[in-house]
Design a protein around this ligand. Sequence first.
Ligand SMILES: [Zn+2]
Length: 82
Amino acid sequence: MTPVRTTCPYCGEIPVRTTCPYCGEITHLATTEIFLALHDGDGTTGDYSYTCPQCIRTGVHPATRTAVAELLSAGVVPIGRN
Ligand SMILES: [Zn+2]
């Protein structure tokens, strides 16, 4: 999972790269297509999920402290935070 640093010229989003276990690398996932659920506690780690645009399967991956920071800086809004 790596946010790309440049804005997509087609959709205006900052795309995020990740890997689908079925299709391989997904190079264009908009921040609005990623769901970040932070863990309880200090909320610096969590899980993120997305729907693969090619096979429509849902992928869920653990988000490390670094990944959470990257996703937040890319504009992903965390869900389900109590
Ligand atoms: Zn896929």
